[in-house]
Design a protein around this ligand. Structure first.
Ligand code: ISL
Length: 577
């Protein structure tokens, strides 16, 4: 019944196919590569694999630009390979969550080709076409229908000379936004989703799903955004497309049309929305089970605590109290109301051990374990991004030519055109570029980290001789085995799933400490206290459990983790309940 869904106890592992494992030596990871690593993923003990997009795509944004939702890109393999992957996961008791990218398509999708054909094309209204601003010549600077600045730099509007109108693209110009106001668009998306459910997928991770509803006025126009700081001629459009007026309605419709039907095997489907800019209040609405929208969302506030005035490109050192306050607010805010997703990493974020930990040779392993402990013992569904379980680290390349990511390249171009020096722009890019997450998975210490027999599409991180899966699996004290034990704890202990979260020492600059407490003594007889092997090593943290005298099951977990590489003294007297 409600409140007991399988995903409350589950851990999800994200695979970014392009960078995971290459079976055919072309330098690009593929589905057969993933199939060959299923035993590795199963050994970690995760319940679900979330697969970043493998659909047919021109790869302008590594597959987040889809030209056919119902086929596999030849770079990744075939539908038959995907069926084999689904079967291989199911055979090992794991599920598959697909990436659903329906805020936009590729400009090479047939829907867009039909839409751009003429002003009265039947699919014209499937995308956002608008005339130039009155008094301006189409294509001239300032003629765009709104002043919005795009996620990937520049205007969100692209001029189309053939029909004399602009189309909207919140991301790259090769990613035109679908018009969800049009019921035919919604029907086509829901039919596509059901096709995947029938094929055996167990859920969807929904790309920028809270950007679907734009604040369109009755006359069809869209509002300008407040001017951005600095010399930029653009404005901030986010308030006009983030959690827009019809979002809850669209998500509820999707729930009724697809999600309510469940998976092919009868289990509930997992739905997780990626929701940049979402507030706690909005997330509570979206994930409130009574509203029947989504199970959980990825919030972004904690990813912003180290952003400078210039945003992500100006990372500042973390102030631990800020991170703790934010995560505690989400723990408390969704408790008993919605559900949290827990993540440090994904394919868009720098590696957490480099960002908020200590990736030096002396401290990397302990630091990565500590970060894992602090996240995995919170309430919610944890997501592990490939390589996080190895403590993989950032790269920092000196030349823009070493980077491949469209967001990074567009940002570089715009900044240098605006007068910034190569040096300052590269200093911003190094610590935060999405390519930090996208270097090939490090399997072993053979050439190219065992990722490919050819030339990888993006350079391997030179740290691979020390940091790789073969070494980690063989070492019982590795980050890998620590993550495996954390995942096992969630499966075994009700207090990890359901316990109330209470932050301790909120102002402490080094220590992240909290308790999880089960009010109702609902432990299963026979469970014992948290095993010693769950305790992270030495000065980097510890985990304690207090057994319920009635059942023997742990009733309270105390997590005390030193997030710094310096010794820390804490006095917990009077802190724990
Ligand atoms: O990467 C970001 C912050 O560092 C975000 O701005 C990111 O672009 C945003 O969270 C949306 O991400 C998702 O949609 C994009 C795609 O490029 C990302 O990979 C995807 O996760 C467009 O589909």
């Amino acid at each position: 019944g409600p409140g007991r869904e399988w995903w409350r106890r589950a851990v999800v592992y994200q695979v970014y196919p392009r960078s995971f494992a290459d079976s055919d030596g072309d330098g690009v990871g593929d589905l057969r590569g993933i199939i060959g690593k299923l035993d590795y993923i199963a050994a970690l003990g995760v319940d679900v694999v979330w697969l970043s997009p493998i659909y047919r795509s021109p790869q302008a944004d590594n597959g987040y630009d889809i030209s056919d939702y119902q086929d596999v890109d030849p770079a990744f393999g075939s539908l038959a390979d995907l069926d084999e992957l689904i079967a291989g996961l199911h055979a090992r008791g794991m599920k598959l969550v697909m990436d659903l990218v329906v805020n936009h398509t590729s400009d090479e999708h047939p829907w867009f080709a039909e839409s751009r054909a003429s002003k009265d094309a039947p699919k014209r209204d499937w995308y956002w076409w608008r005339p130039p601003r009155p008094g301006f010549r189409g294509g001239a600077p300032g003629a765009e229908p709104t002043n919005w600045h795009g996620f990937f730099s520049g205007s969100t509007w692209e001029w189309d000379d053939a029909t004399g109108e602009y189309y909207l693209h919140l991301f790259d110009r090769k990613q035109p936004d679908l018009n969800w106001e049009n019921p035919e668009v919604r029907r086509a998306v829901f039919a596509m989703m059901r096709w995947w459910v029938d094929r055996g997928v167990d859920g969807f991770r929904m790309d920028v799903i809270n950007l679907l509803s734009k604040a369109v006025r009755p006359d069809g126009s869209l509002p300008d955004g407040a001017p951005l700081p600095g010399p930029s001629r653009y404005g901030d459009g986010a308030p006009h497309y983030t959690n827009g007026p019809r979002l809850d309605e669209f998500l509820h419709e999707m729930h009724q049309a697809v999600l309510a039907g469940g998976a092919r095997d009868g289990a509930v489907l997992l739905s997780v929305g990626e929701t940049p800019g979402v507030t706690l209040e909005q997330a509570r609405a979206i994930t409130d089970p009574a509203r029947r929208e989504l199970d959980m969302v990825f919030q972004f506030e904690h990813m912003g605590v180290d952003h400078g005035p210039g945003g992500k490109w100006q990372l500042r050192p973390l102030r631990l109290p800020d991170l703790k306050a934010n995560l505690a607010r989400w723990q408390e805010g969704l408790a008993g109301a919605g559900w949290n997703s827990l993540y440090w990493n994904n394919h868009d974020q720098p590696r957490v051990v480099s960002r908020w930990g200590d990736d030096s040779p002396e401290h990397r392993v302990a630091s990565a374990k500590t970060l894992g402990t602090v996240l995995h013992l919170q309430q919610g569904t944890p997501y592990v991004y490939q390589g996080e379980e190895l403590g993989m680290t950032n790269v920092s390349w000196a030349q823009i030519g070493d980077y491949q990511d469209v967001e990074t390249l567009n940002y570089y171009r715009e900044s240098v055109a605006g007068g910034a020096s190569d040096g300052e722009v590269m200093a911003g890019i190094g610590p935060v570029s999405r390519d930090n997450a996208r270097t090939p998975m490090q399997w072993d210490d053979s050439p190219q980290a065992g990722f490919t027999t050819g030339t990888p599409w993006l350079s391997v991180n030179p740290a691979y001789p020390q940091i790789n899966a073969a070494a980690a699996v063989a070492d019982p004290d590795s980050v890998f085995h620590h993550y495996r034990r954390l995942i096992e704890l969630r499966h075994r202990l009700d207090v990890v799933v359901d316990g109330r979260f209470d932050l301790l020492l909120p102002e402490h600059e080094q220590v992240f400490a909290y308790t999880r407490t089960l009010e109702a003594r609902g432990g299963r007889p026979g469970d014992d206290a948290a095993p010693d092997d769950a305790a992270p090593d030495g000065h980097h943290g510890r985990l304690a459990a207090d057994g319920d005298p009635a059942t023997g099951a742990p009733r309270i977990l105390l997590v005390v983790a030193n997030m710094s590489s310096r010794p820390a003294a804490v006095d917990l007297a009077g802190q724990a309940a």
